[in-house]
Design a protein around this ligand. Structure first.
Ligand code: ADP
Length: 652
């Protein structure tokens, strides 16, 4: 009977990837073994998990393991596992195509990557592990049998665009992947993967923490011994020995002092699918009413899906060393979603489901404790003599952390302690709220800020003029999330946070404030009829017109009342579809020192019926809108007015 063999084509993206894999990567090829072992370990985890719901699948005395088999003559290396295995459909789905949406991105990055080290390191991150076998093999074959099924499937490919599928036989469930290794580079000892010492080294280096034994068989010749234990001259014995290559002790069960940086880094790469080393880690062992261990990591760069709505998130959840869930969201609040790692609990039931988890009373306790510890760790990093790591963290994940101000009421103060902002003081340095308070000016009662699209926009805002003149520091808040955060952060250490674009502003010492306020009130009374006329003219958009204490150079600006949304927030909400705010009227502030105002006043006094006063008011409104980065209400009308004025001034 001839075997029926089907030939399939790889998906176009897979072909591209294989091509790159085969032709452009020459360094650090040894990671292929880490990738295959990692897949095998996942398959064993999945099987162990399936046993919980299908105990009938489990055979007595079965030892879950990964086995490496070398054949020097044939130059093959086989990685066996007795894990969950795959059905034929699963082979086609998992091995023939790349499901990950990030693959296109990876291919672009691989093409653009500057050196081969970089390319090789990109592989792990995107989870294209299996294909890395084509870096070292010119032919790969895989035989797999799904647990609970009888038949097995063989998959073979030389990585040239197609793969073959046929039926096969396999004694037990699991997967065997045979690599037909390319010839080794005779110049490079480390290039020969048929050497046992090499496998030992690579497993130790990358996969020591794997939770299942990685075994192999060593065959060697030893001198034959006589009955008294003496060597018999010229006679040797063939010895076969079973070796376990990894220590298997999960990192989180060890003591902090037994954790090596390299191991932590490898483990992090495995759990986080990140190819860069972590920024730092946190090992927690909780004992008492509730027992669990956690090993958590902060990334050194933002995870690529940090701000994708609906991205999978969460920590790995183990129950007594058995992996139960790969991404358990319930273990951390959403604003800490950049944290990766594992939690291993002794108290949860092994067959815990997502639904059960949501009801389990332990989970909120774990989440609370982990959040606290993470925030403490961040604080420690921030307050360290050398806070470079914190600055790196803030740059990578600070925006997500800010969400915590709104999300985590209990920890609001703690999170507020961690915030950093740009400010008017030093464009190079970020400032914390505490530092801001420490350098507040005499008589200054509030923490001043201004929100906007970017530092460049905010910096030029007319609202800052008086602050610049009096050298009062203003925080520049330029993330979209800042607006939401501010609604939940009204004060810090009893100092109110106050927008320089809202309410009335009084700066200086008590005496100065009083004097300025008195003068302004008097002047305001004097020009009240003019202000009224302007307000009437602009009443669709402006609810009050008053004299400003915040302008020094500009003729006009728009502000809000304390409880109003900022102009920036209004722009943001209007951009995000669906959310239309009821139109807010603004307060117009005019600069009494400015000659535009003084001339306008003169004109009004000469003839309070003069129509041009209203037109000037309209242009001033447009000026103020443009200055703060908002759109004109009626650009056509504005242009017309400006053109008329230009004409008049040119003909005058
Ligand atoms: P990743 O492991 O990141 O998903 P891979 O290309 O390495 O990417 O593997 C693709 C898929 O193939 C895996 O997600 C898994 O479903 C399946 N797979 C790979 N190796 C094995 C194995 N040894 N046993 C069972 N399934 C496997």
């Amino acid at each position: 009977m001839t075997q029926h063999v089907e030939t399939h084509s790889f998906q176009a993206e897979t072909q591209q990837l294989l091509h790159l894999m085969i032709h452009s990567l020459y360094t650090n090829k040894e990671i292929f073994l880490r990738e295959l072992i990692s897949n095998a370990s996942d398959a064993l985890d999945k099987l162990r998990f399936e046993y919980l719901t299908h105990p009938e699948l489990k055979k007595d005395g079965e030892a879950l393991e990964i086995r490496l088999e070398l054949d020097k003559e044939a130059r093959t290396l086989t990685i066996h596992d007795n894990g969950i295995g795959m059905s034929k459909e699963e082979v086609i789905k998992n091995i023939g195509t790349i499901a990950h949406s990030g693959t296109k991105e990876l291919i672009t990055k691989l093409k653009a990557s500057e050196n081969q080290e970089m390319s090789a390191s990109l592989i792990g991150q995107f989870g294209v592990g299996f294909y890395s076998s084509f870096m070292v093999a010119d032919k790969v074959s895989l035989v797999t049998r799904r647990a609970g099924e009888e038949g097995a499937t063989r998959w073979t490919s030389t990585g040239d665009g197609t793969y073959e599928l046929s039926d096969a036989a396999r004694g037990t469930h699991g997967t065997s992947i045979t690599l037909h290794l390319k010839d080794a580079d005779p110049e490079n000892k480390l290039d020969d993967y048929t050497e046992l010492w090499q496998l030992k080294r690579i497993v130790k280096r990358y996969s020591d923490f794997v939770n299942f034994p990685i075994r192999t068989r060593e065959e060697r010749e030893e001198p034959k011994l006589d009955e008294e234990g003496n060597e018999i001259e010229g006679q040797v014995e063939h010895v076969i020995e079973d070796l376990t290559l990894n220590s298997m002790k999960p990192l989180w069960t060890r003591q902090e002092s037994d954790l090596k940086e390299e191991e932590l880094s490898d483990f992090y790469k495995h759990v986080a699918h990140d190819w860069r080393p972590p920024l730092t880690h946190l090992l927690l062992k909780v004992e008492g009413m509730l027992e669990y261990q956690a090993l958590l990591f902060l990334p050194s760069e933002p995870p690529h899906d940090l701000y994708y709505y609906g991205a999978e998130r969460g920590l790995q959840l183990y129950v007594r060393r058995v992996l139960i869930m790969d991404r358990c969201e319930e273990l951390l609040p959403s604003y800490l979603r950049f944290v990766r790692g594992v939690v291993d609990s002794s108290d949860l039931p092994l067959n815990v489901s997502r639904e059960l988890l949501q009801q389990d009373r332990h989970i909120p306790q774990i989440r609370k404790y982990l959040s606290r510890k993470l925030l403490d760790k961040l604080k420690e990093m921030k307050e360290a003599e050398d806070n470079a790591d914190y600055l790196k963290f803030w740059k990578a994940c600070g925006r997500a952390l800010k969400e915590g101000i709104a999300e985590d009421f209990d920890n609001r103060e703690r999170i507020a302690d961690l915030l950093l902002f740009q400010s008017s003081a030093d464009p190079e340095k970020l400032v914390s709220l505490r530092e801001y308070i420490e350098r507040m000016k005499e008589g200054q009662e509030a923490i001043y800020y201004l929100t906007g699209e970017s530092r460049e926009v905010v910096e030029k805002s007319p609202h800052l003029e008086a602050f610049k003149a009096k050298e009062v520091e203003v925080l520049y808040l330029t993330d979209a999330i800042d607006e939401i955060m501010l609604q939940h952060l009204e004060e810090y250490k009893e100092k109110k946070l106050k927008s320089v674009g809202k309410g009335e502003i009084d700066l200086g010492t008590e005496e100065e404030k009083e004097k300025a306020e008195k003068e302004r009130k008097e002047k305001q009374k004097e020009v009240a009829p003019l202000l009224e006329k302007i307000q009437e003219k602009l009443s669709d958009y402006v609810k009050e017109v008053r004299l400003s204490s915040r302008l020094t150079d500009s003729p006009v600006c728009l502000v809000g009342n304390e409880q109003d949304y900022s102009a920036h927030f209004e722009r943001l909400l209007n951009q995000s579809q669906g959310a239309k705010l009821p139109k807010q009227k603004r307060v117009m502030e005019l600069n009494p020192q400015h000659s535009i105002f003084q001339q306008l006043e003169k004109r009004f006094q000469a003839n309070s019926e003069d129509d041009s006063v209203g037109e000037y008011a309209e242009v001033l409104l447009g000026y103020a809108l443009l200055a703060e980065g908002s759109a004109l209400h009626d650009p056509h009308r504005f242009n017309q007015l400006v053109a008329n004025m230009l004409e008049r001034s040119l003909t005058a």
